[in-house]
Design a protein around this ligand. Structure first.
Ligand SMILES: Cc1cc2nc3c(=O)[nH]c(=O)nc-3n(C[C@H](O)[C@H](O)[C@H](O)COP(=O)(O)OP(=O)(O)OC[C@H]3O[C@@H](n4cnc5c(N)ncnc54)[C@H](O)[C@@H]3O)c2cc1C
Length: 412
């Protein structure tokens, strides 16, 4: 069967979008897919894939053109990421952390209100981060999670930064930090500690800590069910000094971004869109007897298989329609309907990816879940999507219910 980009034939793409998606698809098919089993089995970081993404330019996807990047917008990022997710979920998920660090510091920050002084300082800091990626192929991680309510947006981050001459001193811990040991910089969300004052979410800082900074260390095991190649270990920050230029956003600006640019939290879903598509693609190829090493028995002639595949197809198209609509809604201060649709899209993609992998195994049958084939890895990888904070499947439902029934400021 001919390979089709995730958006489907005839979908209106700019020339740049088509080129970048085709590049991701080509790397995915010819390099990432073949390596995915090894990273999964070893729970090791996909360094070779990152080298390929550096050399091909994908690593600078969301670095602005003026700084030597592709200047990709939100929908372009999402479709490229989904294309990678079809071939290696762990590469797509970690690519999200890196690329979105550049997106948040780049195009997203352009929309936010800053004082002239903040904007000028931000310009200087951006240039440092972008140059590292473009020139050196630096990789950025995005550790938020601490195991409490902070990553869900309900409390200030317990990791703190104290202002000192020339920069900040960072203290705290993060859990589940994808790219642990793979990243050159860790974009840490932390709270500014101001004398004896209580920590406040308004004082959230976003600082890039270099992997070789004294006081920074990685600890703990990593032996999870799925997305094993993300190597999401724990991080410890003990009095880590970072200079002013470590700021990925100026003081107070992350809080503004989180309230005004909600789609910034939907960026994990493209990975799982790709995983869902991969489960569907596998099923079609398997039933046609086209999976190497399993044929040449065809199973497509049975009506039961045709109906099962039809069910998957309908689910895939429903998921794709919402995905493509929601990624084009992304902007500052979107209308309420777009915000609710973003939650609905995230929920749908994360839940349907699990369902697509489940249906794929049920439809293809026993042989399809052998570890020599990718389907059982897709099944395990898919299971992780609904757990990702701040928009877990549960929290998306929580937000939809509340925000659909209450206007801002309303209470009972
Ligand atoms: C493969 C994988 C890769 C990951 N990579 C990263 C990464 O790179 N960076 C990163 O930061 N995280 C990452 N995560 C972590 C992920 O985003 C979650 O933080 C993690 O799964 C939460 O686990 P938990 O058991 O603490 O969750 P939970 O217990 O569900 O939630 C954490 C806390 O949030 C609060 N909470 C839950 N629900 C609500 C609610 N309705 N209202 C208010 N508060 C609530 C609770 O206090 C709860 O203790 C990754 C996770 C996985 C599985």
């Amino acid at each position: 069967m001919a390979y089709q980009l995730i958006c489907g034939e005839g979908y209106p793409l700019t020339e740049k979008q088509r080129q970048l998606m085709e590049l991701a698809a080509e790397l995915g098919r010819t390099r990432f897919a073949g390596r995915a089993e090894k990273y999964d089995r070893e729970a090791s970081f996909p360094f070779e894939n990152y080298q390929d993404m550096h050399e091909s330019g994908l690593l600078r996807l969301c670095v602005p053109e003026a700084h030597g990047g592709h200047g990709a917008d939100y929908p372009t990022y999402a479709m490229v990421s989904a294309e990678i997710g079809r071939h290696c979920g762990a590469t797509a998920l970690t690519f999200n952390m890196h690329v979105c660090t550049m997106m948040w510091s780049g195009l997203l920050s352009e929309d936010l209100d800053m004082t002239a002084e903040q904007r000028a300082a931000h310009r200087q800091h951006q240039a440092v981060h972008f140059a590292r990626v473009v020139r050196d192929g630096a990789i950025y991680a995005q550790p938020f999670s601490e195991g409490g309510a902070a990553a869900a947006g309900a409390q200030p981050f317990g990791t703190t930064a104290t202002k000192v001459a020339g920069g900040w001193r960072v203290n705290g811990r993060k859990i589940f930090a994808s790219l642990a040991g793979g990243a050159n910089y860790y974009g840490v969300l932390c709270t500014e500690k101001k004398g004896g004052e209580e920590l406040s979410r308004r004082d959230t800082l976003y600082l890039a800590v270099p992997a070789d900074a004294p006081g920074f260390s990685i600890y703990g095991d990593w032996d999870p069910l799925g997305m094993r190649g993300t190597v999401s270990k724990n991080l410890l920050f003990e009095d880590v000094f970072v200079p002013e230029e470590a700021a990925l956003m100026p003081q107070g600006i992350y809080f503004q971004a989180a309230s005004r640019w909600p789609h910034m939290f939907m960026t994990l879903s493209p990975t799982y869109m790709g995983v869902a598509q991969a489960a569907y693609d596998f099923t079609v190829a398997y039933l046609r007897g086209e999976i190497p090493g399993t044929g040449p028995v065809k199973r497509r002639q049975f009506a039961t298989k045709q109906i099962a595949l039809a069910e998957m197809h309908v689910k895939m198209e429903q998921t794709r329609a919402l995905f493509l609509r929601a990624i084009h809604d992304a902007r500052i201060d979107p209308p309420k309907s777009a915000r609710l649709r973003a939650y609905a899209a995230q929920y749908t993609i994360m839940e349907n990816a699990v369902d697509m992998a489940r249906l794929a195994i049920r439809t293809c049958g026993g042989q399809s879940m052998l570890k020599s084939l990718p389907l059982e890895r897709l099944y395990r990888d898919a299971r992780c999507g609904a757990l990702m904070l701040p928009w877990t499947a549960e929290l998306c439902m929580d937000r939809i219910g509340r925000e659909a029934l209450y206007e801002p400021g309303e209470t009972d």
